[in-house]
Design a protein around this ligand. Structure first.
Ligand SMILES: Cc1ncc(COP(=O)(O)O)c(C=O)c1O
Length: 406
């Protein structure tokens, strides 16, 4: 993986050049408390000062010290620095969830009377926040269909602050053309924000395309074990500082134990990604030829409408494959109920293979017509491969597809 700029964390002399080394070692001192090989969990909500001189050294003279848990914690600090180095960002701030990262970032970057643009297949709660809640504070939001680049340009107003999108998106794994985004942002002097949860820093570096802020739900691949919630915001120091300032007031902080689990998950990040990229590609290729499948959506397949863009801007295509099963809702249910290894569960990016049925889970409250308007068919399923044997995942899907006839 390329390294972009010198980051704040680089100053701590992290050895190594690649993401596999960074994900294990970056951000920590070589020798730690009690010479522990692992980063200690500093389970505290507040920090003591030795005396009043010590307080003033910190408050007036900028001496490094932790003060109160909402403003930072040593375990969190290591996770933050590691993430910045892995992602090639100048600075990083961590949150208690991906949604906390997204909402705090947006609020930190806009003011009343501003306008923002977001693409329509962004994560459902992000869209809800932008289209409903922001309006209350006088911030206008235009939702543009994904892929409608002219529509985005037409939506730009003098008070537009930023364009927010995802790449790849959920559940169709659409890929945003980041070169186009760089050009338009430059032309109109706009900020750009990309939620890169599905691609991860292993497969794509949006900073190479001049993206200002990159966000991740670290709940997914970065933590990787389906056991914590966490969010990440990365970017230039001056922008991240603005977000960090609001974060301290909003309070959606990641706790020390969670920070430790994130650090532990990150150690195997590169290994997991390599495995999940390979397994997902194998599954997608197999499904493409399967008699029970109507359509497969995976950016690594030539049949995907954005395959060329994906090939140009990604080094791997991720662990999520979506597909439409032949038949009706009943056949999709037969398929799901016949699975023996893959779990029926929302989320993605963990070591366990998960399958979700968007019509029954995320879009259950819409009418069939509304759902179809969004492209969420009765027979669409989203598979997020884990790290099990690829042959075992494939065999489970194949036996369940055979039973999908009923
Ligand atoms: C692309 C994307 N962004 C953000 C989120 C929200 O992250 P979290 O669940 O960690 O709050 C999700 C959750 O599924 C997601 O898929």
């Amino acid at each position: 993986m390329k390294k972009n700029k010198k980051t704040k964390a680089d100053i701590r002399n992290t050895p190594g050049k690649g993401i596999s080394t960074f994900s294990v070692h970056a951000g920590e001192e070589r020798f730690r408390y009690a010479d522990s090989i692992t980063t200690p969990i500093v389970q505290t909500s507040t920090y003591a000062f030795k005396n009043t001189d010590h307080i003033e050294a910190y408050t007036r003279h900028g001496h490094a010290h932790f003060e109160y848990g909402r403003y930072g914690n040593p375990t969190e600090k290591v996770a933050q620095d590691r993430m910045a180095i892995m992602c090639g960002a100048e600075d990083c701030v961590l949150f208690a969830s991906g949604m906390s990262a997204i909402t705090t970032t947006i609020l930190a970057l806009v003011r009343s009377q501003d306008h923002i643009i977001i693409t329509d297949d962004a994560y459902k709660k992000t869209l809800e926040f932008c289209s409903s809640y922001l309006q209350r504070f006088g911030i206008d939001c235009t939702i543009v269909p994904f892929g409608d680049y002219d529509g985005i340009e037409k939506a730009i107003r003098p008070n537009t602050r930023f364009i927010f999108s995802e790449s790849p998106t959920n559940p169709y794994l659409n890929i945003f053309d980041l070169e186009w985004l760089r050009d338009i942002a430059k032309r109109y002097n706009l900020m750009t924000l990309i939620d890169a949860t599905f691609s991860t820093p292993y497969n794509q570096c949006p900073f190479d395309y001049g993206v200002d802020i990159v966000l991740h739900s670290a709940t997914k691949y970065l933590a990787g074990h389906n056991d914590i919630l966490a969010g990440v915001v990365l970017g230039r120091e001056e922008l991240v500082e603005k977000i960090r300032a609001l974060h301290k007031a909003m309070g959606g902080v990641i706790d020390p134990h969670c920070s430790y689990l994130l650090l532990r998950g990150m150690k195997t990040f590169a290994l997991r990604m390599e495995r999940q990229n390979n397994t997902a590609l194998q599954v997608a290729q197999l499904l493409e030829d399967h008699t029970r499948i109507k359509q497969v959506y995976y950016p690594g397949l030539e049949s995907h409408p954005h395959h060329d863009i994906a090939r140009a801007q990604m080094s791997g295509y991720g662990g999520v494959v979506s597909f439409d099963i032949k038949g009706t809702l009943k056949n999709a249910k037969y398929f799901l109920d016949a699975l023996k290894l893959c779990y029926i569960a929302p989320s993605l990016g963990g070591v366990e293979t998960l399958i979700t049925h968007p019509a029954l889970v995320s879009y259950y409250n819409l009418t069939r017509k509304e759902r179809y308007g969004l492209g969420i068919t009765d027979t669409l399923v989203r598979l997020a491969v884990g790290i099990e044997e690829p042959e075992d995942i494939i065999a489970d899907i194949d036996q369940a597809l055979k039973k999908s006839r009923g």
